[in-house]
Design a binder for this molecule. Structure first.
Ligand SMILES: *[C@@H]1O[C@H](CO)[C@@H](O)[C@H](O)[C@H]1NC(C)=O
Ligand SMILES: *[C@@H]1O[C@H](CO)[C@@H](O)[C@H](O)[C@H]1NC(C)=O
Ligand SMILES: *[C@@H]1O[C@H](CO)[C@@H](O)[C@H](O)[C@H]1NC(C)=O
Length: 168
């Protein structure tokens, strides 16, 4: 039976989205106004509670290539609400060869076509369209994984003795 008014159809369609949000975390992103490609392929399992807190379990630590590269730990968690993810852990973005933990992600409501990554000091701005589909997430090469664990500036905080020696 076809609903008489388009609005009825829309309402039942949005109900359907609410239900299916419990089906996959990608659909949960979508029903919160966020692009599904924020999370990569390779999700083994996830938890999502009523408060929007989620944890996603990937099959391995990996990197996915967008305009910049994103790194995902095996466990990614955050708090999902409409148009944003807060308290994000387990995601880092590469910029100028350094890795910065992404603490939050948000889009404008209504959408401006832009998405913002909170990397602590600044918000990095990208086009939402970059993140429309989940990407392949490639296993991290061991050397890259090693340098990645020293996020951002920490990377330069190496061995102070080298500095001393350089002066002598
Ligand atoms: C959701 O996660 C946040 C941050 O980790 C935490 O402070 C909060 O207590 C959690 N809420 C629930 C209902 O578990
Ligand atoms: C990921 O979460 C699982 C289940 O909570 C836990 O057993 C595991 O230690 C976590 N792994 C990492 C790398 O934090
Ligand atoms: C999680 O995010 C919410 C909303 O931004 C914030 O109020 C809360 O303090 C955060 N919790 C933690 C543990 O960061």
């Amino acid at each position: 039976m076809i609903p008489q008014f388009p609005i009825l159809f829309l309402l039942s369609f949005s109900n359907f989205l609410c239900f299916s949000a419990s089906k996959t975390i990608y659909e949960a992103l979508k029903s919160h106004g966020l692009p599904m490609g924020l999370l990569p392929k390779g999700i083994q399992d996830y938890q999502l509670d009523n408060s929007g807190n989620f944890t996603v379990f990937l099959d391995r630590e990996c990197n996915a290539k967008f305009e910049n590269e994103l790194h995902y730990d095996r466990n990614v968690s955050g708090t999902l609400s409409y148009g944003q993810i807060a308290n994000l852990t387990g995601v880092a973005a590469q910029d100028l060869f350094l890795w910065f933990p992404v603490k939050g992600i948000r889009v404008d409501v209504p959408s401006s076509g832009l998405i913002y990554f909170d990397v602590g000091v600044v918000f990095k701005q990208f086009s939402v369209s970059l993140f429309e589909t989940p990407r392949e997430c490639l296993a991290v090469q061991p050397p890259e994984a090693a340098s990645k664990s020293h996020y951002g500036k920490l990377r330069y905080r190496r061995d102070p003795r080298d500095f001393g020696r350089a002066i002598l």
